[in-house]
Design a protein around this ligand. Structure first.
Ligand SMILES: [Zn+2]
Length: 221
């Protein structure tokens, strides 16, 4: 068992909330705008969190394994940042080593999902939150990152099961946020501006992957 956190000060939380409401109403000058702003700001107030259930996943085919909270930033997507992209990665290592890396606070990077060769999917960060996977703040804020266990120079690592499981996941993400299924919106890490990463590499079969995503997207749920 780990150390227990100090109990939270409920009264102080209410104090902050009251302060925020007063400030927002005064600044906005319009009740409707104030209400709108309040709905957004409420969750951003330190110490106030949007209700979340432990172990909850955004994709029913995924199993939850929490990443270290040093590797992502709490957000309220798609309300604070719109999501219009999926970024495809390859881990350059095994599934287990990627899980361990994302659990390590010193790693300073992690993706929302990791897909294993047999099609198993781990979700390590909620889609609500900003994962540090693209090496570009804007792209992190607007995208969901999916890792694939394996190495860019080993095409045999990209199995049928992996392609199919990942394509179904990407199709669901695209459906949920209204993301077009095309190569403008489903990109490789290598295509992120400013990156020095090469993944998913030349052996990732984009034509096949995009066809599978389109098929999964139009298939009955
Ligand atoms: Zn990458």
């Amino acid at each position: 068992m780990g150390q227990r956190k100090a109990p939270k000060d409920g009264d102080r939380k209410v104090g902050r909330r009251a302060l925020l409401i007063g400030g927002t109403v005064a600044a906005a000058g319009s009740a409707a705008l104030a209400r709108d702003e309040l709905a957004r700001l409420w969750w951003r107030t330190p110490g106030v969190e949007k209700p979340r259930k432990d172990g909850e996943v955004d994709y029913t085919g995924a199993r939850w394994v929490a990443a270290s909270d040093a590797n992502w930033r709490r957000a309220d997507r798609p309300d604070d940042y719109g999501i219009d992209m999926v970024v495809i990665h390859v881990t350059q290592g095994s599934f287990d080593s990627a899980v361990r890396a994302f659990q390590n606070p010193a790693h300073r990077a992690a993706s929302h999902y990791i897909v294993r060769k047999d099609g198993h999917i781990a979700q390590m960060i909620r889609e609500l939150d900003v994962a540090y996977h693209a090496g570009n703040r804007d792209y992190n804020e607007r995208s969901v990152g999916i890792e694939h266990a394996g190495f860019v120079d080993r095409p045999q690592d990209f199995t049928d099961e992996m392609y199919e499981a990942s394509a179904r996941l990407t199709a669901r993400i695209c459906a949920r946020y209204g993301i077009p299924v095309d190569r403008e919106h489903i990109i490789g890490h290598v295509e992120v501006p400013g990156t020095d990463h090469t993944d998913p590499g030349p052996h990732w079969d984009w034509d096949r992957y995009m066809r599978l995503v389109r098929e999964a997207r139009t298939a009955p749920a």
